[in-house]
Design a protein around this ligand. Sequence first.
Ligand code: 4AD
Ligand code: MG
Length: 446
Amino acid sequence: MRTLIKKALKSESAVEGIVIKGWVRTRRDSKAFSFMELNDGTCLANIQVIADAGIPGYDDISKMTTGASVAITGNLVASPGKGQAWEVQATEVELLGAAPDDFPLQKKGHTPEFLRSIAHLRPRANLYGAVFRMRSRLARAVHRFFDERDFTYVHTPILTASDCEGAGEMFRVSSGGKEEFFGKPAYLTVSGQLEGELMATALSNVYTFGPTFRAENSHTSRHASEFWMIEPEMAFCDLEEDMTLAEDFVKYLVKDALENHEGDLDIFAKFVDKGLVQRLQDVVEKPFQRVSYTEAVEILQASGQTFEYPVEYGVNLQSEHERWLTEEHFKKPTTIYNYPKEIKPFYMRLNDDGKTVTAMDLLVPGIGEIVGGSQREERMDQLLENMKHHGLSEEDYWWYIDTRKYGTVPHAGFGMGFERMLMFITGMQNIRDVIPFARTPGSCEF
Ligand code: 4AD
Ligand code: MG
């Protein structure tokens, strides 16, 4: 349908002898003819079909109800009616699959909660069709961004025996047998970073883009048990360059969405967030903020705000703190860097102050953390020290340690939550509504 509409726009004259297939959105009949709105999911726009009574297949017209699939043969002609430039004058209609009266998407205005319960039919709703087409475009833009910068795309394993983040929030994998299939406990990966580092210390600039899994019991609108993450890793790179790449990446993806949405962004601006386009334009045009963790804590303490979790140096910033900083205080995307070493994983590089590590989190209004990254500890002695501190055994990570033994280099990287970025671009409020089939605690349907 999308191809056809494009062709029609180009040709500016009728296109004869076309076949379109799609699902009926609405139909209204009069004595002599029937009007149908069809959509095949390739674009937001429906196409209007006019079928005169008596053409082949017309006997089935009463079964071409909302949700039914049909094939229409006819001519695409300029529309005399209001609201659309083109319509299809049918010469033949064919019912492919009927949809009984209990088709759940009859009316508009279903709640997101209800639509999640019918996630198998949800993409047929306009808003969700737009979300999933945006998701596809965003994935392509991710690859284009790195391709333009000569990064090598690497595939890191989904099955792993190591916990990158050290948070212990991993799903255990078993073959069901008594023996350990891999000879040791295996898990679903929480991050491709460690393997990304192995590849970067050979290929310089690499990135991975794949599913990751977290067994954390977070019931928030921004956490899923299975989500996609983009993780670049760069050799010969420090924290400063890492933060710059993350900012450029966010801007690039937003700009791409503004320029290449084929109408899909309009539906979010209309039904989800009236200020969306302006907000996205600001992201592209205005510089982001950077602030150290220490400064951020001082700003929060001086804010006069009452937070559920009080702020003091050394604590993890909660989402309420992060959101206040980016939404109320700076009012723009903000990167916080140099966190206390105690609250961050073993692989981050210790700063000269001996207290902080080169961690960075990029926060955006409406979501909070969208990117988390760091410069990595490349000095063997310090890495071993960090591992001891975090209770990690050198034997388990011998392969990781080897990269520091043989030609170690300063390197850095980050992880961007793909769904969180999509939420930011579409204004959708819940992560469950930007993943086709969400996996969250207590829910693994479809
Ligand atoms: O901050 P995180 O945990 O960082 C890492 O995993 C690093 N190993 C990345 C790296 O340096 N290569 O996760 C990175 C991002 C977060 O900023 C967030 O956007 C997203 O992943 N994320 C989640 N998204 C959805 N559901 C969850 N449960 C998420 N946990 C993290
Ligand atoms: Mg993080």
